[in-house]
Design a protein around this ligand. Structure first.
Ligand code: 87F
Length: 590
């Protein structure tokens, strides 16, 4: 007997019907549980009630709202708290905070800005790692590991660019209760840790190129509001550091790595990005130029720097004396690059795809791609139930054999409806439902997490159809996100249109003079503009506050993809009206 719903066959059948109905507009007409049957007719009023439970976004299984279930224990109450209680469109940041905790991605910690990455989110990070690691190895990059601590003298060797970041550096000053002789910093990035070794390892042109990557954690003691994945005081990333004999080789690698970052976001995480170059104000101050992939979160109207690939020129080679003897025995300084991709990528993916029911994950990174839910008959049908379960077990092993990440949910103390919600919240891509009807006809119902679309497939085609649906889901998630993102890019030629678009949560492409003073003016005026709108609601204020910054000067290929024609020589800057030098993408950002 089911703990939650008792043993009434009527209620059990109702439960089953409505659970299915909630994800489908029309149940199979031939279903013994269809609305034409007397049993189902008695259940229609319950169906309405149950539907509203679902719409309220509690994840209480449909069955759990039946009268008998309402009398059940605290266990049920606990279950009802499983689902999201906030809608994405109503309070985006509360929705996100609930989602990452309820979907078991994040556990909060007692140090502000530090989060526990639970197995489900670490598994996503492993998928990103494994993809990117393979790709950089093809480029001849080798992994290594350098210490987490930096001495003060080393960190200060590179004072100029560290100066701006100094408040974010965390220091260890004690061991036990005795002060250290010299405080040591926890790495915020590893230039100063790695480059003294580069100076030792590079002697001749034969030692070049040197391409080192490390997968590690870094600490930046940020004071801005922390957000799981997007802004944390400790985060995971890869930092690539390379050295070349010529500037051309370094330039070539910068765009190769940027292309890999595009691919991680678009091909793996199904998140569209725009490639471009950072303005002088926004580039990494220690380098020559910075390239970036920029993503956008439509609900908050904010852009986010998704990954960066820097050309450092010879700046660090001069500081750390990294030089080599060329073929003509002349001593030369190397040209360097550095590039990084962080666990922020997981947060961007969640924000872009997930919905009011919970996580929606692209199949390529989803820890679980398929869940199989047997829909048991609950009255004296143990024989048929055990055959059903055995059949489901066979589907699982068949899919497992072919490397599909699959799980069988045969728990007897949970209703099918409860399980559906449970796995939807956790972002399992496909749900396979096998009821008696399907069992008898050799079919399986497949429900897609992203669209709720149901497909009935013959068990002999199961593997092919599952593979095909996962592939389609991956493609369609990207196309949907890209379509939405494209609608969030406006074009403006003057300040009023520019701010109107920003206010409607868009990014703006505008002709710009590229002058740093003008960029500072955009920041100042946009802050003034936001402050002048003090009569907005709190929610409006938070989504419409913050300075507008340049995100990037998009590459030509990106502009033509967005159907933007090159600037004419007569074009003027949208703000200062001097001659415009480049189309530039602007927005509020994280
Ligand atoms: C915070 C404190 C100290 C960023 C910091 O982007 C230093 C820094 O150098 C700092 N925050 N940065 C810039 C990091 C540049 C660069 N490093 C390697 C990357 C990619 C990987």
């Amino acid at each position: 007997m089911d703990k939650e719903t008792g043993d009434s066959s009527e209620i059990e059948l109702t439960t089953l019907r409505v659970s299915q109905g909630s994800v489908s507009s029309s149940p199979p007409a031939s279903s013994p549980l269809s609305v034409d049957s007397p049993v189902a007719v008695t259940s229609l009023s319950k169906k309405k009630k149950m539907g509203s439970t679902r719409n309220n976004n509690t994840s209480e299984g449909v069955a759990a709202s039946s009268p008998k279930a309402q009398n059940s224990s605290n266990l049920k109450k606990k279950e009802s708290r499983e689902g999201l209680e906030v809608r994405k469109s109503e309070d985006f940041s509360a929705w996100y905070s609930q989602l990452v905790q309820k979907a078991e991605l994040i556990e909060f910690y007692d140090i502000s800005g530090c989060y526990i990455l639970r197995p489900a989110s670490y598994r996503i990070w492993e998928a990103i790692q494994s993809y990117f690691d393979k790709e950089i190895k093809k480029l001849g990059v080798e992994n290594a590991y350098f210490p987490i601590f930096v001495s003060a003298s080393r960190l200060n060797q590179e004072k100029d660019h560290v100066a701006g970041f100094a408040p974010e550096v965390a220091w260890v000053t004690m061991s036990g209760d005795s002060p250290l002789e010299e405080p040591i910093a926890v790495r915020p990035t590893s230039e100063t840790v790695m480059y003294p070794s580069f100076a030792k390892w590079i002697r001749s042109h034969r030692d070049l190129p040197l391409k080192i990557n490390q997968w590690n954690n870094v600490v930046r003691w940020e004071f801005k509001h922390p957000t799981p994945f997007l802004r944390s005081r400790e985060f995971l990333w890869q930092e690539g550091h390379t050295a070349f004999a010529t500037k051309e080789e370094a330039d070539g690698e910068v765009v190769q790595i940027l292309e890999l970052y595009r691919s991680v976001y678009e091909d793996l995480l199904a998140v569209p990005v725009i490639k471009g170059r950072k303005s002088e104000k926004e580039k990494f101050a220690g380098g020559l130029y910075t390239t970036t992939v920029e993503a956008f979160i439509p609900y908050s109207g904010r852009a986010i720097q998704a990954a960066t690939s820097h050309c450092l020129g010879q700046n660090f080679a001069n500081i750390f004396d990294i030089s080599f003897e060329d073929e003509n025995r002349l001593r030369k300084k190397v040209y360097q690059n550095s590039w990084g991709l962080t666990t922020r990528s997981i947060g961007v993916m969640i924000m872009v795809h997930s919905d009011d029911k919970g996580l929606v994950l692209p199949p390529k990174v989803a820890p679980l791609q398929v869940v199989v839910v047997p829909i048991r008959i609950r009255v004296n049908q143990e024989e048929i139930n055990s055959m059903l379960e055995q059949e489901c077990g066979e589907y699982v092993s068949e899919l497992e054999k072919r490397d599909i990440r699959v799980k069988l949910d045969s728990r007897k103390d949970k209703t099918p409806g409860w399980k559906f919600h449970h796995w939807e919240l956790r972002g399992v891509c496909l749900r396979l439902e096998v009821g008696v009807k399907e069992f008898q006809s050799g079919e399986v119902v497949i429900v897609r997490r992203d669209t709720g679309e149901r497909t009935v497939v013959s068990k002999s085609d199961l593997y092919e159809r599952v593979t095909q649906l996962l592939w389609t889901m991956q493609q369609e998630m990207f196309l949907r996100a890209k379509n939405i993102r494209d609608h969030c890019v406006a074009v403006a030629y003057n300040w009023n249109d520019f701010m109107a678009a920003i206010d409607s949560k868009q990014m703006v492409l505008a002709p710009w003079c590229t002058d740093t003073k003008c960029e500072e003016e955009v920041k100042r005026q946009s802050l003034e503009y936001a402050a002048s709108r003090g009569n907005e609601s709190v929610e409006e204020q938070s989504s419409q506050s913050g300075a507008v910054k340049s995100l990037c000067l998009p590459f030509e290929e990106e502009l033509s993809r967005l159907h933007i024609t090159p600037l004419s020589t007569e074009s003027n800057c949208f703000l200062c009206h001097t001659s415009a030098k480049a189309w530039t993408l602007w927005g509020r950002s994280y």
